[in-house]
Design a protein around this ligand. Sequence first.
Ligand SMILES: Nc1nc2c(ncn2[C@@H]2O[C@H](COP(=O)(O)OP(=O)(O)OP(=O)(O)O)[C@@H](O)[C@H]2O)c(=O)[nH]1
Ligand SMILES: [Mg+2]
Length: 340
Amino acid sequence: MIKFLQNNILRSMPANLTPQYLEAEAKFKQAKSVPEKIKALEVMMAVIPKHKGTERLRGQLKSRMAKLKEELQRRPALGKTEFLYNVKREGAGQVALLGLPNVGKSSLLSQITHAHSEVGDYPFTTQRPIPGMMEYQNIRIQLVDTPPLQLDHVEAGFPNLVRNGDALVLILDLTEDPVFQTEILLEELKQMKVNPVGKGPIPSQEEGWIALRALFLGNKCDVKGAMEGYRTLELKVKEAFSILPISAKEGMNFDEIKKEIYQLLDIIRVYTKAPGEDPDLKEPVILKKGSNLEAVALSIHKDFAAKLKYARIWGSEKYGGQMVKRDHRVDEGDVIELHL
Ligand SMILES: Nc1nc2c(ncn2[C@@H]2O[C@H](COP(=O)(O)OP(=O)(O)OP(=O)(O)O)[C@@H](O)[C@H]2O)c(=O)[nH]1
Ligand SMILES: [Mg+2]
């Protein structure tokens, strides 16, 4: 709808609009929040030439402003909660830890990262998202502990947090009917228009929906009888998803968790080197799986991508310093010498 309105405004635009107006209009189109949009629209209304030719456009701007102000009034408290749920992304990827109350999300975050998130033996201990950095080999991945999901209520900002992330970890308490918990989690994700995807390629999505890779963790394996819960859960999900039995309390399977979370991100690490020198294996270049040499150059500097002539590549046994062109696909662990 907004796109339609914008197109409409564009089409009826008279030729004599000033650069200031066009600049404000560009800002308006890029604005993500309602206050930002209002600010840009105010500028547009102030600088638009006021004559007969812009009369219709001025009318459209005015009614757009009225609608935006109405929208702002309708949700006065939203800004603050949304702000709390706006977690700045850091590291190689952002992964949300999701689950029902008391399943051990905060315990896992506190054990596997250096962050602290309060743990309580009562539900609803966590009331806002808490990020922490998980170290995996030579990279860091951001995990975000979240308040518990519940069927009848989703906090404003929660869906955005989930949708803006790179992947999901779904945590189940194996001592409390994990299959039922799974059904609730999947229903919650549906309401957020998030399609969790386990193994295999990411399918294309209907408009408004997004797909995110997801991993299942069955927690509290240290408790007697938990493995029975794990086996029923495994039967239900293992065909479509990766799943691990864990104990956040005892650190069980933490190496596996890290590896699986890394795999959720669909990224690769390559290393660059200068001619005649060894690569720095502590500083990987992180790229989406399927990236090519041009993407390697671009991640270092935008000029590099433009100036790139060829590269020499070392990696899996097939090449040993072979010369390759900019569209050459790179793989995990490749060492690359860029020539400009
Ligand atoms: N035995 C056992 N208890 C655990 C494990 N992980 C968490 N717990 C306990 O389960 C309770 C809840 O743990 P939290 O980490 O606070 O769970 P949460 O999912 O963050 O809870 P909310 O923030 O309320 O949603 C605490 O009493 C933890 O000590 C585990 O692996 N084994
Ligand atoms: Mg918690």
